[in-house]
Design a protein around this ligand. Structure first.
Ligand code: ATP
Ligand code: MN
Length: 483
C-alpha cells in the first residue's frame, strides 16, 4: 500500500496482518487524551466501524491537537499494529496528522451523545455522519443493488419511464404540476380557464405518480421489464409511511397471471431480505441494537415479539399467506378488535377500504405472517385492474408486512379493450387522451401483470426504523423540502 494513497477503513479492518504503514482519511467521532497518549476514533463511512488512532501527544504540536475535535476531518499516516485494547483488531500509531477541516465544538451540532431522530431530521445535512444514518444509507445502497441484481438475473430489462407525464396513472389526482407559465400572469382561454396550450408541453403536465402505464407499453414488447424510479404524490397525509417523493420498483410482465405475479413478488421480497442478511451484517447488527433500545422505551403491548433480525429471517423462511379480500373482511369483522371497538375504523360491510390498522391486524395478530390479499372490490381499486367474472372484484394483490401494512400493490391488468374502455367510461375518464395506452389492447394484447414495491417501505422493514423520513437521505413531506 502506498503511503500517500488513502486506504479505506473497511479494507484496513479486513487485512490479515498488521505492521504496514497506511494513510487514512475521515471524520473524528471522539477524542480522549491524557499526558501520555491521545486516542482518536476515526470514521470514513466505508463501514460502521471506526479505526482507533493512538498518538504520542509530545510528537504533535498543541495547535494541531486542539483542532482535533468531534466532526473535524483528518488525514493520518501511521503504522497499523495489533490493538492492545479490546473491541478492535488493529489500531493506527499516528506518525503525521493533518487536520483537513475543523469543526468548532461550540457550533458543530453532532456531539458524541444520543440525539433524537426528530432532532436529526432538522439537521438532515449532517445526519449521514451518525452511525444510524450511515448504516441506513449503506443498507439502502445494497438494496438498490440487490433489486437490479434480482431482475437482471431473471432476464428482466430495466426501463426508464418518464418523470414528467400528462396522465394520472392512479386516477387519485394527487399530483405535482410541472409548468413554466408565469404564475403571476397566467394566460387564459376565452372561458376564463388557464390556457395550458401556452405552457411548455402545450398541455397540462405533472410529476409521475407511477411508471406503470409506460411500463406496460414496453412489457408488451420485451415481455419482462421493471422500472425503478422516483415517484411523486402530493398527498397531504402526514403519516410515518408516506413521502411526497419516493422510489418505486415496478415490474410489468407479459404472459403473467395473478398467481405468477404473486409468485414473483414473494420471491423478490425474500431475495431482497436474504441479500440484506447476507451482505449487510454489521450494519444490521447495529440497527438491531438500535431498534431494541427504542423498543425498550415503549409499552409492553407495543413492542414487537421478534427482533429485527428475527423478523427478516422470518420473512425469508416462511411462505406468505394468500387469501381473498372477502375472506379477510370476514376475519376482521369477527375479530375481537372489531367487537371491542379497538379499530379506529370498524369493519361492518363488504366493500370497505382496508386501513393500515386492519392490514397490520391480519399480519401481526391473526396470521403472524406476511399476507397477500387478492380480489378486492373494483370500487376501491384502479381502472386498469383485470375484472373478475363475478362482476364485483378485480384481480388485485396487496402484500402486507408486519409493522408496515401495505408494502406492495399490484394486479393482473385488464387486457380486454371493451372491458377496459367500459370501466373508464363508468369512472368518467378521458379515454381519448390515453389512446396510446389503449392501443396495447387493440394491437397484440396479451394477459399481463405487474406490481409496485415502495422502496422506502422495504427500507423501513429491512432497517427496523419506524418513520419513513429516516430511510431516505433527504425526505420530502408536506412543508419540508429544506435540504
Ligand atoms: P397506501 O394505501 O399505503 O397509501 P397506495 O395504495 O396508495 O398505498 P400504490 O398506489 O399501490 O399505493 O403504490 C404502490 C406502493 O408504493 C405501495 O404499496 C407502497 O409500498 C408505496 N407507496 C405508496 N404511496 C407511498 C408514499 N406516499 N410514500 C412512500 N411509499 C408509498
Ligand atoms: Mn396512497
Amino acid at each position: 500500500m502506498s503511503q500517500k494513497k488513502r486506504t479505506k477503513i473497511k479494507d484496513i479492518l479486513q487485512l490479515a496482518e498488521a505492521n504496514v504503514t497506511v494513510t487514512v482519511k475521515g471524520w473524528v467521532r471522539t477524542k480522549r487524551e491524557n499526558k501520555n497518549v491521545v486516542f482518536i476514533n476515526l470514521n470514513d463511512g466505508s463501514t460502521i466501524n471506526n479505526l482507533q488512532i493512538v498518538g504520542d501527544p509530545t510528537k504533535f504540536d498543541e495547535a494541531t491537537l486542539k483542532k482535533i475535535t468531534t466532526g473535524a476531518s483528518l488525514s493520518v499516516v501511521g503504522l497499523l499494529v495489533a490493538s492492545q485494547g479490546s473491541g478492535q483488531k488493529f489500531e493506527l500509531q499516528a506518525e503525521t496528522i493533518d487536520v483537513l477541516g475543523v469543526a468548532d465544538p461550540e457550533k458543530f451540532p453532532l456531539q458524541p451523545k444520543k440525539h433524537s431522530l426528530e432532532f436529526l431530521r432538522e439537521i438532515a445535512h449532517l445526519r449521514p455522519r451518525t452511525n444510524t444514518f450511515s448504516a441506513i444509507l449503506r443498507v439502502r445502497h445494497s438494496m438498490i443493488f440487490a433489486v437490479h441484481k434480482f431482475f437482471h438475473e431473471k432476464g428482466f430489462f430495466n426501463i426508464h419511464t418518464p418523470i414528467i407525464t400528462a396522465s394520472d396513472a392512479e386516477g387519485a389526482g394527487e399530483m405535482f404540476r410541472v409548468t413554466t407559465l408565469d404564475l403571476d400572469k397566467l394566460p387564459k382561454t376565452e372561458d376564463g380557464k388557464v390556457d395550458f396550450k401556452e405552457d411548455f408541453f402545450e398541455r397540462e403536465a405533472n410529476l409521475t405518480v407511477s411508471g406503470q402505464l409506460e411500463g406496460e407499453l414496453t412489457a408488451l414488447a420485451l415481455s419482462e421489464i421493471y422500472t425503478f424510479g422516483p415517484t411523486f404524490r402530493a398527498e397531504n397525509s402526514n403519516t410515518t409511511r408516506h413521502l411526497a417523493e419516493f422510489w418505486m420498483i415496478e415490474p410489468e410482465m407479459a404472459f403473467y397471471d395473478l398467481e405468477d405475479n404473486m409468485d414473483l413478488a414473494e420471491e423478490m421480497l425474500k431475495y431482497l431480505v436474504t441479500y440484506a442478511l447476507e451482505n449487510c451484517q454489521e450494519d444490521l447488527a447495529f440497527l438491531e441494537q438500535r431498534a431494541k433500545d427504542e423498543e425498550s422505551t415503549k409499552k409492553q403491548e407495543e413492542r414487537s415479539e421478534l427482533s429485527l433480525l428475527e423478523r427478516l429471517r422470518f420473512v425469508a423462511d416462511n411462505e406468505f399467506v394468500r387469501l381473498t379480500y372477502t375472506e379477510a373482511i370476514d376475519i376482521l369483522r369477527n375479530s375481537n378488535y372489531n367487537k371491542k371497538k379497538k379499530f379506529q375504523y370498524l369493519i361492518d360491510a363488504w366493500g370497505a377500504d382496508l386501513q393500515s390498522e386492519h392490514e397490520r391486524y391480519l399480519v401481526e395478530k391473526h396470521f403472524k405472517k406476511p399476507v397477500i390479499l387478492i380480489d378486492y372490490p373494483k370500487e376501491i381499486k384502479s381502472f386498469y385492474m383485470k375484472q373478475n367474472d363475478d362482476g364485483k372484484t378485480v384481480a388485485a394483490m396487496d402484500i402486507l408486512f408486519p409493522g408496515i401494512g401495505e408494502i406492495v400493490g399490484g394486479s393482473q391488468r385488464e387486457e380486454n379493450y371493451d372491458k377496459l374502455t367500459n370501466r373508464m367510461k363508468e369512472l368518467d375518464m378521458d379515454a381519448e387522451s390515453m389512446w396510446w395506452f389503449l392501443d396495447t389492447r387493440r394491437f397484440g394484447t396479451v394477459p399481463h401483470s405487474g406490481f409496485g414495491l415502495g422502496f422506502e417501505r422495504l427500507m423501513l422493514f429491512v432497517t427496523g426504523m419506524s418513520n419513513i423520513r429516516d430511510v431516505i437521505p433527504f425526505p420530502r413531506t408536506p412543508g419540508n423540502a429544506e435540504f
